[in-house]
Structures are given as structure tokens and as C-alpha cells.
Design a protein around this ligand. Structure first.
Ligand code: XIL
Length: 342
């Protein structure tokens, strides 16, 4: 009998996991008992994204999203629905939309239809995802191009109207970094100044096990909490693999040697790396506990190492070890180091 994350942190914050179809439909054997035992919040990793839920104009596919609602209800878990407005995983009909009136109609219809359908069934929505550049300016997406810079306020306004009982969040990566954080703060203040409801901000938390920016994270928790909204860590994972943009992997080519360098642990992660990852996770959770009054949820981006998206991104077909449970769904050293922070 292993300890339960959701029990250990129950007076501090919700503990979540991202689920894909195989976990929602309980076809991932290792996840069936583990997910309800460990987590009291779930985020759909893909099934509520635009390309899946509205694959054709006004052609909605709610099947798996509805299964998620049933699954979460059965196990008494909160759903953070993900996501209404994002530049990625858009359906083809939308990606190639040229005319501003059509984009506006899509935008209004998509938000209103989905947010109202799930109001009272999901706990919260990532209303807008990843709208900022690294320098804090607005990303040049189809939404910015066709709707103008107020589109984010409008997204929250539409969501508020359609889903009065659902919490509404802004979610992004690297917003712990000072310049991007300043952009996020300006964005949140703009929404608040417009008299539109925003309940929280999600810091994704896709970090590397040996370069977690602790100082920036702490400053961000304080700065976002000062806006009077919930702070969450929404997509936590700590990759152990090099990224192509790391300076020391710059000259990796398409050779066997290059491939080995980018996929260094095809069989098992060395103990030293596992220990360093465990320490990084413990440092993070100690910080989260220090700010437990500001932080309302910590969600991992996946259940166990074998089903993590980081085996396939940003390079396909690698073997990564970013989560608290291993490929056999057994708790790792990092799991126990997190438990011990409490
Ligand atoms: C990822 C999923 O994990 C993958 O399965 C999918 O192929 C691509 O998207 N930021 C987000 C998430 O907000 O929606 C992304 O999820 C990971 C990065």
C-alpha cells in the first residue's frame, strides 16, 4: 500500500493528472486503480482540444469529453477542462480561415457551445492557453490577427456568460520567467479592469530536472497571488533528456552517435539522475507547501513515465522519465521525496 498524493496534500492543494483516452476509458491497466488512488483532479490531455471536440464547422464530437465527465464524477475528481482558445491543435477548417467574420463566428460559437455544455460538469476551464511570446507580447496567432488584441478579454467574457458556475483560468508556459510573467500580469490586469472574471493563472511547469528556475517560480507565485487570483501548476513534468536547443547539444546531427546523445537512457535512468530528479521535485513541493494558501492545484502532465508526451516531444521516439510513476506504474524515488516534503 503506497501513500496517496491527494491524501497527503489534501489540506494544501488539489493533486491532478492529465488523462488521455486510454486512461479515461480505463484501457490503460496500470492507471485504472492508480489514478483514483492518487489524484483528485484531472485535466484532459487532448480530448477537449479544438481539433478533437469540433473537428468540422459546427460538427462537435463530445463522446470522449462526456466519458471524462462520467469518469471524474464516479471517482469524485474535479475536471480542469483544457482548453477553449489555443493556437495549436486547431481543426483544419479553422487553421486556414481567412476572413475575420468567420473567425469571429467560430470563436463565439466554439466558446459558447462548449463552455455552456460543460457548465456545472467541469470545475474549471483553461479559457486561453499560451497566448504570449517569451518577451511578454501577444503571440501572433490567427486569433490576434483576425480579432485584434482584445480577443483574450472577449474569450473570458464569452466564457463567463456561458459558464457562470465554472472557474476561468489563463494558462501558459515559461510565465515564471520575468519578461513573460510581466506580460501575463498585464494581461490579467487588463481582464480584471474590463470587469471580466478571471479566477486563476496556470504555470505549466515543463522543466528540466537539473535547471528548475526556483527563484523565478517563487517570485511568480507571489506576483500572481498579489492579483487576487488562484495560482496553479498545471502541467508539471521534469524531463531528464537534452533538448535540441540546449547549447551543449547544438551540433547533434542525424547520426547514430547524435541519436544516442539525444536519447541517452533507452533502458533505464542512472541512479544519479533519478536522485537529482527526486531532489528537484522535493524542492518544488517544499516551495508549493510554503505558498499553500496561494496555490490551489498541482497537476502532473501524465500519469506514468511510459505515457508521458515527453517520450515524443520535441524529438519523436525517445525514452523519458519525467513523472513520479515509472513504466510499471510503480512509485519512483521522486514520488517518495515528494511525499516526504509534508
Ligand atoms: C500536448 C499533449 O500532451 C500531447 O499528447 C499532444 O500531442 C500535444 O499537446 N502545453 C499544453 C498542452 O498546454 O496542451 C500540451 O499537451 C503540452 C504543452
Amino acid at each position: 500500500n503506497i501513500p496517496s498524493l491527494k491524501e497527503v496534500f489534501k489540506y494544501d492543494f488539489l493533486i491532478g493528472a492529465a488523462l488521455n483516452t486510454q486512461q479515461i476509458e480505463e484501457k490503460d491497466a496500470g492507471a485504472v486503480a492508480l489514478v483514483p488512488q492518487q489524484f483528485n483532479a484531472v485535466t484532459p490531455e487532448n480530448v477537449m482540444k479544438a481539433a478533437i471536440i469540433q473537428p468540422g464547422w459546427n460538427d462537435y464530437n463530445f463522446t470522449i469529453a462526456d466519458e471524462l465527465v462520467d469518469y471524474a464524477f464516479k471517482h469524485n475528481m474535479k475536471i480542469n477542462a483544457h482548453t477553449l482558445i489555443w493556437h495549436n491543435q486547431l481543426p483544419a477548417f479553422m487553421r486556414h480561415m481567412q476572413d475575420a467574420d468567420s473567425v469571429k463566428a467560430y470563436f463565439q460559437n466554439h466558446i459558447t457551445t462548449i463552455a455552456s455544455r460543460y457548465d456545472g460538469k467541469v470545475y474549471s476551464w483553461d479559457v486561453v492557453n499560451e497566448a504570449l511570446n517569451e518577451d511578454g507580447t501577444l503571440r501572433n496567432s490567427v486569433f490576434l490577427q483576425k480579432l485584434g488584441e482584445d480577443y483574450i478579454v472577449e474569450a473570458f467574457r464569452l466564457a463567463q456568460k456561458a459558464a457562470p458556475h465554472t472557474k476561468l483560468y489563463y494558462n501558459d508556459y515559461n510565465i515564471e520567467q520575468p519578461a513573460k510573467r510581466a506580460g501575463a500580469i498585464a494581461l490579467i490586469k487588463k481582464i480584471q479592469a474590463a470587469g471580466v472574471r478571471i479566477d486563476g493563472v496556470g504555470i505549466q511547469g515543463h522543466w528540466k530536472y537539473n535547471t528548475v528556475p526556483m527563484q523565478d517560480i517563487e517570485e511568480s507565485i507571489k506576483a500572481f497571488a498579489a492579483l487576487g487570483i488562484e495560482v496553479m501548476f498545471t502541467e508539471l513534468d521534469l524531463s531528464v533528456l537534452p533538448n535540441p536547443w540546449d547549447s551543449n547539444t547544438a551540433e547533434v546531427s542525424n547520426t547514430a552517435e547524435g541519436n544516442d546523445k539525444m536519447n541517452p537512457y533507452p533502458k533505464a535512468v542512472p541512479d544519479s539522475v533519478a536522485a537529482a530528479q527526486a531532489k528537484a521535485y522535493a524542492d518544488l513541493f517544499s516551495l508549493f507547501l510554503k505558498y499553500h494558501q496561494a496555490i490551489t492545484r498541482v497537476t502532473f502532465w501524465g500519469v506514468a513515465d511510459g505515457v508521458s508526451w515527453l517520450n515524443g516531444w520535441p524529438i519523436h521516439g525517445r525514452t523519458n522519465y519525467p513523472l513520479l510513476f515509472d513504466r510499471q506504474y510503480k512509485p519512483k524515488t521522486a514520488f517518495y521525496s515528494v511525499i516526504k516534503t509534508k
